[in-house]
Write a protein that binds this ligand. Structure first.
Ligand code: TGC
Ligand code: FAD
Length: 390
């Protein structure tokens, strides 16, 4: 059924179960037939292909690992593989599903009341509702603990004031998970679209992640009802716990973008003749060195992702493991994309090929969900016992 083969150099596929490969192949087929054909246009127009959203729901791509509440309840490795297929298409497509599942449904599932879970999760899983995650602020990105957004207890609810920036899907969301300090402690709130004092605006002009909607959230004396606070979490570990879920998916996903760039470069190098007639670029040693480096790094990244998945399924995955994998695999993908872009020569800068789009997207992916340096510092803290953030 699958119309595309990803890199399987060390026969990594033998390490997956039949069920995991079946999930991957189903999503692979969907991506090939329904997602790839619309991306060039969507990227040019800086528009999200909205018609795909109901398909994400029917394909089980929203909240895929959540058990119950009409969610698919997939295993974590199957989830990683499907993230890889989505990002083979575009990081913005994977982002849509990551945000909905890991940053909106996960906090409701992990920190919400039973009423909140019943009210929101089934509708988020079937795409009746879209959500966003508001943590970053204009002056608090890598250091979310420095957020200025404040919540105050008022009669019947909480009054929230502050601004969030760089929020994926903000303008198209029905609900926002907003993080604000209440009595000095970070708390999560479900803010519904249309709540008085809550507005959004679109951030335009991005050269990266163009098919993804990026927004600002403005909360001005916005009162949410009492039942909209996430009751079961307090402190920065709330939002950071969600980030660990999303970073897990990214560490898998970016290998899909890397695979797409590698295959494009390989096919191009076999066909493009250079200097000597009949002698393709792939026959030159420097070109082979670049392709080999791609295979080497993607293969190591795949094994790292798989081990991360095994730890997660065994309940032993720690945030610092995820940091190593997110940092490594984003860097691998970015380097592969840049080399692939180079190998395509001038053709590397036009959108007839997916490489330049992936390369530009991966600049964002290397930055959001913790920059490369932040993850380096997380791992540094783990091995030395000394935090060096401040
Ligand atoms: P620190 O004192 O280290 O930790 C505060 C509390 O949180 C706990 N913790 C975590 N818990 C779960 N997962 C993690 N990854 C955790 N990291 C820390 C920690 O144990 C502590 O718990 P407790 O019980 O002692 O209170 O906090 P810090 O202020 O020193 O910050 C550490 C740092 C810099 C690593 C953290 O702030 C960080 O990760 N910064 C990066 C911010 C970031 O990644 N923002 C992403 C915004 S969302 C986004 O980009 C979405 S993109 C869309 C898409 O995904 O597609
Ligand atoms: P800064 O924190 O200002 O970092 C600038 C530079 O300083 C970086 O190189 C960084 O590595 C470095 N740096 C920072 N701290 C240190 C340190 N201690 N030591 C050494 N160097 C350091 N956020 C959300 O909340 N929700 C979303 O849905 C979301 N979606 C996004 C979508 C896009 C397209 C983008 C681009 C961003 C999105 N973000 C989102 C925000 C993203 O998480 C932040 O941009 C990211 O965390 C970095 O914050 P910053 O941009 O403020 O950079």
């Amino acid at each position: 059924m699958a119309l595309y083969e990803s890199l399987n150099y060390m026969e990594e596929e033998t390490l997956f179960s039949e069920e995991e490969l079946m999930v991957r192949n189903t999503v692979r087929d969907f991506v090939t037939k329904e997602v790839l054909p619309v991306l060039q246009e969507a990227n040019r127009k800086e528009e999200f292909p909205k018609h795909l959203i109901p398909r994400f729901a029917t394909m089980g791509l929203l909240g895929s690992t959540i058990q119950g509440y009409d969610c698919p309840g997939l295993g974590h490795i199957a989830y990683g593989l499907l993230m890889q297929e989505l990002e083979r298409a575009d990081s913005g497509i994977r982002s849509f599903c990551s945000v909905q599942g890991a940053l909106v449904m996960y906090p409701i599932f992990a920190y919400g009341s039973e009423e909140q879970k019943k009210k929101y999760l089934p509708k988020l899983a079937n795409a009746e509702l879209i959500g966003c995650f508001g943590l970053t602020e204009p002056d608090a990105g890598s250091n979310p603990g420095g957020m200025l957004t404040r919540a105050e207890k008022v009669k019947g609810g909480y009054k929230i004031t502050g601004n969030k920036m760089w929020i994926t899907n903000g303008c198209v969301s029905d609900i926002a998970i907003v993080w604000a300090k209440l009595d000095g402690k970070v708390r999560g709130f479900i803010v519904e679209k249309g709540t008085e004092g809550f507005t959004t605006s679109t951030m335009k002009g991005k050269f990266s992640l163009r098919v993804s909607v990026t927004s600002e959230l403005h909360l001005q004396n916005c009162v949410v009802p009492e039942q909209n606070i996430l009751p079961n979490i307090e402190g920065l570990k709330g939002p950071l716990g969600c980030l660990t879920q999303a970073r897990y998916g990214i560490a898998w996903g970016v290998l899909g973008a890397a695979n797409a760039c590698y295959h494009t470069a390989l096919n191009y190098a076999k066909e493009r003749t250079i200097f000597e007639k009949e002698k393709p670029l792939a026959a030159y040693q420097l070109a082979q060195a670049k392709l080999v480096k791609m295979v080497q790094e993607i293969t190591k990244g795949q094994l790292l992702a798989l081990q991360m998945g095994k730890l997660k399924e065994a309940g032993r995955l720690q945030p610092h493991h995820v940091s190593l994998a997110k940092m490594n695999n984003c860097r691998v993908a970015l380097d592969v994309a840049r080399d692939a872009r180079d190998m395509l020569g001038a053709n590397g800068i036009i959108d007839e090929y997916p490489v330049i789009r992936h390369m530009m997207n991966l600049e964002t992916v290397n930055t959001y969900e913790g920059t490369e340096d932040i993850h380096r510092l997380v791992v540094g803290q783990e091995i030395t016992g000394i935090p060096a953030f401040r």
